[in-house]
Ligand binder design. Sequence first.
Ligand SMILES: [Zn+2]
Length: 241
Amino acid sequence: MSYKAMDGTRQWDGSKKVPEERMAVKMQSFARTGITPDIAGADLSYALKLQYDRWKAKGLRTTMEITPAEYTMPQSCSKNTFWSDEKYTHERRMHMANLSQKYYKGDKCIDTQESQIAINAILTDTTLETSAVESDYYCCPSCGAISRIKELMTGCPYCQTKFQISDLFPKVTNFYFYDDDSSQIKKIKNIGIAAGILIFILAVIYSMMNVEHFNVMNIVGAAAGGAFGGICIFYNRIWNL
Ligand SMILES: [Zn+2]
């Protein structure tokens, strides 16, 4: 799990034990260098490579800074296994983060984006009985040729690289993120409440100055007006998000 460093900032655990965080670390260097994350599965690596090449052909590049958000999610929300059989499990791991991304054409920065995001990583792992997958086919991480897992463990027939099962699993087989609007909503809620209180105070002052027999009903009316105004402003902002 991400941890607080000596300087008080939150840092990723970049070890292979936390694949989704290692992926976040490695995506930053991928954006700079085009070297795909070692924790990414073969298909995901290939998709990233194609994306990088397409950008490069257009003279575009990007830099990414992904830092863990201050708050972390409870494990019950951040991890869930959505598919498994006797050989493999697929788990979704979530992590809140801050993303700062810059886009360049040549040397010119053409856009900058700062956003709060929810990272989603799909993890593919073997079940405890790793022997169950030994006769399955796997794409050699070194040369890309397809062999059985047990062959890769004794040495790939094509490039002779030897792998341990821990080199092959777990892998991040999908990785995506989307904007996390929850902190925005909190801010808008506070604006709505502040606006409601302001409307209430102004309405009370107005009634006191202009109504002949000022009574409790005027205060109730002002409170209702304030609540209505605050709610209108809240929903108006939400719709414009
Ligand atoms: Zn090989």
